[in-house]
Design a protein around this ligand. Sequence first.
Ligand code: NBG
Length: 935
Amino acid sequence: MSDEPQTKVEEENKDEDAKSQSSQSSKSEEEEKLFEEKKDEEKKEEEGKKYSRPILKRRKSLYEGFDEKQEFFRPEYHFDSKDPVKEKMWELMDAYLPRDKLSIQKSIVTHIEYTLARTRFEIDDNYIFQGTALSVRDRLLEQWNDTQMYIRINNPKKIYYLSIEFLLGRLLQNALVNLELEDRYRDALMDFGVKLEEIYDCENDPALGNGGLGRLAACYIDSLATLNYPAWGYGIRYEYGIFKQVIENFEQKELPDYWLTKGNPWEIIKLDLQFKVRFYGYCKDDYRNGKKVRVWRGGQEVLAIAHDTAVPGFQTFNCNTLRLWKAFPSEEFNFDEFNRGEHQSALEGKDQASYISAVLYPNDSTLSGKELRLKQEYFFSCASIQNIVNRFRRTKAPWSDFPKYNTVQLNDTHPTIALVELLRILIDEYELEYKQAFDIVLRTFNYTNHTVLPEALEKWGVDIFERLLPRHLELIYLINFYFMEECKKKFHEDWDKIGRLSIIEESYPKQIRMANLCVVASSHVNGVAKIHSGLVKTMLFKDFADLWPNKFTNVTNGVTPRRWVHCEFPELSALLTEYNNGKNEWLAELDLLEDVLDKVQKEGKLNEFIDKFKAAKLKAKLRLKEFVKTHCHIDIDETFMFDIMVKRIHEYKRQFMNCLYCIRRYLDIKKMSPGEREKVNKRVTFFGGKSAPGYALAKNIIKLINMVANTVNNDSDVNKYYKVIFLPDYKVSSAQIIIPAADINQQISTAGTEASGTSCMKFVMTGSLIIGTRDGANIEIADNIGEDHIFYFGKNVHEVERIRKEIADGRRGYVGSRLQECFDAILNNRFGNTKFMHDYINGLINGGDFYLACHDFYDYMEAQKRVDEEYQKPDVWYKKCVEAICKMGFFSSDRAIQTYANEIWDIKPLEVPKPSITKSGHFVSTGDLKNLDKK
Ligand code: NBG
């Protein structure tokens, strides 16, 4: 290849390279300066202030400046042996699909007729959705195939993100945005008389997760692709996602969420990519080539079959894989039995196997002990590890290189068994010595902790393990044996401490502490916010931190601005692009918004910017108003302040405290004269979120909220000034309507309980302010946007500890008259028969206020007062919103992934060649392609 640039894209890159070379001379000086600045920033960070802004290579559109008719070609590969038949095929496959409107339209109708077999006379929006999605998928597949091939040839270190949940949300818009084709498709569909936005609404929302943890995994795979990391997400392809919530007679009812009613246009089922997963059975010693080995035999085998979804990055050609495993029976259907008339038993094994991946478990506290759940955990961990091991073995590198090429991130403890599975494969199948095998495991795995609540820490009874995974239990004992030896050397006779460190809890029945196992066998353990990581180190895993202080670290969570700003709030996205010189690169580098703010201020355009933001916010509020009308049949006024709290319902998150405040507000307005009422800051308080089906208190709180809402909304003295709405079935797609409409959002967990919380990031990025405690991500948001931009209240984590002790000693139990009145309203059944809350309230009053709902209430009311006052000063309010939006760069999931990559995974990006405008535009030299098999 000559040195001349072959394409416009390359030419631009070359320019950049040249620029960076010509600046070599001054580089050291500049570097010096940067280094100094960085040191300063780090110092600030130490002080708990701002973080150091990374210097990234600027992103830009891949297609900017090209005509829609421009043809793009694929990279060519050099092969050792030329096969004429293949040459012909390759020639036919050498160009990417055209991106012009007509070609897009043709591809949509072609899919409707030839893939979906629909006649021209019966095309409805659902078919248009599917045709559109399939047409987009075609484009994803080209990128996906090229990326996978490029990764295989270059064999870089890979990151595997194991998560039992991926709460993806709808995929069509996200794919179009990342492919930079949203406007083209909008135009294309407009010619069919169809609005793209209406087509988005036809997509079922894949809700394969409970809440924050699953959604985080979805944001992270988006960022991994965007930042060009060779990454795989591994999980379970559930048939039923988290249940659908309906409210009947004020109560939550759960309906099954079969999300595949319209099929799933995105997934690629790889029937040939399957692994056997064994359960039950027995272990015994055996001899292989004269060597004693341990084998695991018998039991039941099921097949895990790969269901892949392509994960495109934004403004890059890289496209990664989300691989979800679905369970199938491993043996063929038993025809003999069937013919003998034993229909039931012939089908039994088949049913049992497919149960494994059928349903996502809601995060009940009663999960432990559910055998099917442990089966799910092992099922996907085992298939994923086999897949990873096979991929590695193809490279023929020695086992000692395994950690050099692979790193695995455990998203919470649910996939912990994966590390035991790798150990098992290394020892039992490849006959490595324990020490070497364990060292490989240790250097490969990392673990993210997502909660410090003791009841949410996974433990499994030894008995259930013994039955289901007998060999894994032996290996866990072995790990623990060596670990305990180490502890004894270090802590001598401190048996309490050693007991706490042990992977096995000597309770009755004995339990395996999955979190301890993770810590022992991972190189890094991280929390998800600064305060949370601190608690992980100083409380939850204090004993471990004494042993291995350097193992513990923090990676503050982040969210993807592609979905959580651009897709959910298009008017705001357009505004930010407008003020960023018409360029949307801020979507890949959210820090740029700080420059936008500086520029707007310097040019004296801040007021104009704020006015436009206000207009955008109004549009978002009107969308929510419409949504409320459709789903709750209630009219709300968009000029009211929208006050929103959406998240899973849990005692520690304190929706109950918010509900008490709703009651307080209602009682106050009720007592006012008409004249006084006119001065009230008009508000709608929104709640949304699901309770785990078995969590009685959370369900009662939902019922109470709905009953209070019913009273408030039907009271003509009050409803002109205040309303309360419970938004049913909160999920990713409705979050995208709800979040951007907020003026204020509530993040009010008891300090020290919410590991991070990520909705607060989405709220602030779309221009609402937080009323919240010094907990989770709130703290770092305040550090970044300024404390005067958040309505803080409540006891901090140290005070919480102290007060809890006082409560326990019987020295505390304060309610006070303003709160007592709220309790009385419930106790006197003012909102209907609310007897179901009486015991709980009496418990609180009598010293059971573990989450400090009473103790924080007065301070909370004060903060609410400040919110009301400030909202009445729109100049101050909206300025704060806009400033906050522009200072949220730190909370992009791109930053979070960058941190994992640098500090935990030690992994480099691998950028796939961009499409070329000339044939033979660029070459990728390969070795012997024949060695690269399909997997
Ligand atoms: C949740 C925390 C949230 C956090 C998410 C993502 C679990 C176990 N934990 O605070 O409660 O934002 O994880 O880290 O679901």
